[in-house]
Design a binder for this molecule. Structure first.
Ligand code: CUA
Length: 375
């Protein structure tokens, strides 16, 4: 081989290898964890199995059809002196064959598909119920057995089946935790169900998968799968925040017939948080607590985990300080982001129900300190 030709080939191959590397990097579950191709539960594996089978049938069809095509193109290519080829239009035998073969392939794919539909619709007995309520644009998670509520970060015990009872507080959404299960439509006034048993621990993203308004793309959430021991500890931790106190001083009304967090909810005091293991509170915390009650925050948000009122306008903030993300699962929960989110929600997530309340930089810092203490 001529050395220059080899070098030229290498040069030509380099961009191809780079493109391949970039394309494969796109498959990395570490950077793009929202994939349905790496199932982490029994439910997800049912769908993955159907997908695999369909893929292998499609691959076989592709290789056979393209192979026959390429073979024919080269083997039977025409030359100028060739006579007109024989015409096969209306050949009954061939038409029966090319109708039957696809029908048989579709039947072969239909068997695992229908089986999968039945398997995923049969909810296992004895599952732990979690109520999921979709809101524009965040997710509410209620644990009726433990009587606790959280938002946007769903805790589940690995190795135990969870059964989700899904509803919407407003419009149609779709609940999609890709590593654990398929999509489920979320309707107002009609319950849908979903279930799975996680076989791994970790933090995995999920997403609303039905267009539901301008911030649909930012209606994300996370599933935090933990060991059964850690799950029990988390339930205990949430319960230790205490049952709802009797209604105290009237909270600022949010108007009309809207049911708000202030109905029956009492914001947790510094003493309660300290008891729940929050860090020692300083002046910033005290200022934040005061602001939380006077700036209108508690018109929409509840800070109580146990017996939280239903029909909240805004997400429950009982453990907001320890959540991985804020603003419904997409903005990392850093101090900087939390302060900005409090100060100017309409520029962070335009159209969200939380209005810009004219919070100053200092006030945002105090509110952040107060909320961060709610682990
Ligand atoms: Cu909710 Cu899209």
């Amino acid at each position: 081989m001529h050395p220059r030709t080899t070098a030229a080939r290498r040069r030509a191959g380099a961009p191809f290898l780079c493109a391949l590397a970039v394309a494969l990097a796109g498959c990395s579950p570490e950077r793009y964890p929202q994939t349905a191709l790496l199932p982490l539960s029994d439910f997800a594996r049912i769908g993955d199995h159907v997908q695999d089978q369909t893929f292998y049938w499609a691959l076989g069809v592709f290789v056979l059809v393209e192979g026959a095509l390429l073979y024919s193109i080269f083997r039977f290519r025409g030359r100028p002196e060739d006579p007109e080829p024989s015409q096969i239009h209306g050949n009954t035998t061939i038409e029966i064959i090319w109708t039957l073969i696809p029908a048989l392939i579709l039947a072969a794919i239909a068997v695992p598909t229908v089986k999968g539909i039945f398997e995923t619709n049969a909810i296992p007995k004895g599952a732990m119920v979690i109520e999921v309520i979709g809101h524009q644009w965040w997710w509410e998670f209620r644990y009726p057995e433990a009587n606790i509520t959280t938002a946007n970060e769903m805790f589940i015990p690995a190795g135990r089946t969870v059964e989700l009872k899904i509803n919407s507080g407003d419009v149609v959404h779709s609940f999609w935790p890709p590593r654990f299960a398929g999509k489920r439509d979320v309707f107002p006034g009609r319950e849908t169900r979903l279930w799975w048993k996680a076989d791994s621990t970790g933090l995995y993203p999920g997403q609303c998968a039905e267009y539901c308004g301008i911030q649909h793309a930012r209606m994300a959430f996370h599933v935090r799968s933990v060991t059964p021991q850690d799950f029990e500890a988390w339930i205990g931790h949430m319960k230790a925040k205490g049952p709802p106190k009797p209604p105290a001083a009237a909270a600022p009304a949010a108007g009309g017939s809207l049911r708000t967090a202030s109905a029956g909810a009492k914001v947790q005091g510094a003493r309660d948080s300290a008891a729940a293991g929050a860090p020692a509170q300083g002046a910033e915390y005290a200022a934040g607590e005061k602001l939380f009650m006077t700036k209108g925050c508690m018109g929409c948000h509840s800070l109580q985990a146990v017996g939280a009122p239903k029909g909240l306008i805004g997400p429950n903030l009982a453990n907001v300080g320890s959540r991985s993300h804020i603003a419904a699962g997409w903005l990392p929960n850093t101090d900087e982001n939390l302060e900005r989110w409090i100060r100017e929600p309409q520029s962070v997530k335009k159209g969200v129900l939380m209005p810009n309340l004219g919070v100053t930089v200092e006030e945002a810092r105090a509110l952040r300190a107060y909320l961060r203490a709610h682990q």
